[in-house]
Each structure stands twice: as C-alpha cells, then as structure tokens.
Design a protein around this ligand. Sequence first.
Ligand code: AMP
Length: 366
Amino acid sequence: MTVGVLGGGQLGRMLGLAGLPLGLRFRFLDTDGDAPARQVGDLHVGQYDDPVALDAFAAGLDAVTFEFENVPADAVRRIARSLPVQPRAEALETVQDRLSEKRLFRSLDIPTPPFHPVTHAAEVAAALEVTGCPAVLKTRRFGYDGKGQWIVRTKADLAGIMEELPKQPDSLLLEGFVQFDREVSLIAARARSGEVVFYPLVENRHEGGILRLSLAPAPGATPALQSLAQRHVLRIMEALDYVGVLAVEFFQCGDMLLANEVAPRVHNSGHWTIEGAETSQFENHLRAILGLPLGSAAARGLSTMWNVLGAAPPAKAVLAVPGAHLHLYDKEPRSGRKIGHITVCADTPENLEESLARIRAAAPQS
Ligand code: AMP
C-alpha cells in the first residue's frame, strides 16, 4: 500500500518513519527537491496548484493525507475525486482561516480569546476600543511560528504595525491579549469509525513565537482539566467529521481553557509520543486514515521534547544523556530554523530535569 503525503517536511518524514514498519510505502509532493521526507519515500517536486503535478503525484496511490496546513484545499479536493483523502478538504479549509476557526469554537461553546475581523487601520482602531491594549493583530491566513502577528501594546503602535503589514494583506483578526498561566495542547486521533484516542495534555513553552519545549504530560494537569480539553477537542473533531490526528492549542487561565488554534495534522507538541507514548501520533495518524485500529495514546512515563533550533548539539553529547533520543531532519542549519528535536524520557521529574540540563548545556545556542 502506498500512502501519498502532500508536503515533504519533517512531519512527512516522521510519518514515513512510522509507516515503514507497518509495511507502507510513501510518496511525497513538495515544492523543494531537498525536502526532508525524500529519504523515506519517493519525492515528487511540483506546485500544489498545478493540476498536472497533482495528477502525476496521485496516480496509483492508495490513500492521501497532508502534513502542513497551507496546502490549497482545492488540491485536496481534486485528489479526493479519485482517492480517499483524510482529513477532508472542508476540515482543512475551516481551520486555514483564523476567523472561520474561531467562529467554529464559538459555535461549539468552546471559549476563545475575544476576536474581531478587520481589514484596515480604521477598523483595527475601532476594534481596539473594544479589546483595549495590549491586543494581538494576526493575518487570518498563512501565519506560523509567530510570523504574521503583531502585539499592539498602545494605540500609538498601530501606524507602525500597519506599515509593516504585507502590501496586500490577507484580512486580519484583532484578538484581545490573554494573560494566560501557560499554553497547553491536546492531540487526538479519530478513526473512520468515530473512535477517538486522546494523548495527555502537554505544556508548551515558546520563545520568540517558536515552540521551544513541550512537557508531557503537562505538570499538574488535573483529570478535570484533561477531560475538559477532551470534551472541547471531541466537539471540534465531530463537527469537522475529522479523520486522522489533530492538535488543539489552548491558553490555560486557572481551570479554564481558551482555544487558540487547531492544527489539522500531526503536531510539533506531539513529537514526544515517538518514544514517550504507547503509540506515536505519526503511527496513529496513519492507522486512522487507513481504517486500521487505533493504538493506545497513554504516556509511558515523563517526557520533555526540546526543539533543536539553528544548529544541532553534537550527537555524542546528546546520546550520553540518560533517556535522550535525537531526531535530526536533514535540514540545512540556519539561525532559528527547526532542524530537529530531542526527546528526554524519565521516570521522575528530578531525573528529567537533570537530563534536560545536560541537553541545554550541550546545545550551541542555549
Ligand atoms: P498563534 O500563531 O496563534 O499560535 O500564536 C503564536 C503565539 O503567540 C502563541 O503560542 C502565544 O504565545 C501568543 N499569542 C497568540 N495569540 C495570543 C493572544 N490572543 N493573547 C496572548 N498571547 C497570544
């Protein structure tokens, strides 16, 4: 059986690494001939909006999925005319736009930061009167790792920010600034039958808009918080008729969770599951889209996932640390670029902290 994946980045590469032992083969479509997934399957190089490239990619495949959410929904729709594609194009389309995503949360009674769709400076100024300062201005589409968003600290900031916006900005969203206690995410896999497995809540720490590390399970997360997150995610998955793995990022304020965004794919905050859970998010995504039974999402112990940004620490130093697992994506090192991750597994918080301190000490940029 050959699975097609739209996108050949590190998520595609890790899907391939999870699927090869299941007897699966992979074909990837990416615009870059050096895409990290090229080592775990055939790589087709082409544009996602080129019907000829899409048809050549799809020919002879058994099932198709995607590994990044900026794939045009029309590309997914075109392939879905002849092949099973999961998640559905409609689910992708809903969460590609921050406005329809937030409206979905609202329609499902899931709390979310206050938000206002805006297009130009006068509308932003009017919305600021409602949210107050600080507020966060975001492009509705194509934002990632803190790109496409600006914090408006005072009204006087606005003119400068409007100048910084791309010449033809996609429409914008102004959000109230949430003074959250921490950021958490919940990853779940939903099978074609509607069965869902939930991973434990994970705490995520960002630096400069980029995920720095994830702690799994999120320290101090109560069963009540876990079940609240599960109820929210289940509602989202059912509303989208979703099949596959999905991640929802939340802001935690006390015992309340505000939904920030949905990733309709395997997610960076789930990389710890490769060693830290009974079944990895990558394997469960494949199981879900292929109609295979889902595996347990239970944690095996404590894990911390640490993103390797810019340059990798020496493998010798990382692998000398008890419980450390190194994953490099074969990407060219560049300042701030995610080129790999390290998961540290341990049985006690003290052992985890000690191992993590050694990883940080070995890292060139920490
Ligand atoms: P996003 O691209 O929406 O995931 O935002 C990236 C990061 O910016 C989040 O992980 C938060 O740390 C921060 N952020 C985004 N929206 C808000 C908000 N409304 N209030 C406070 N912080 C935010």
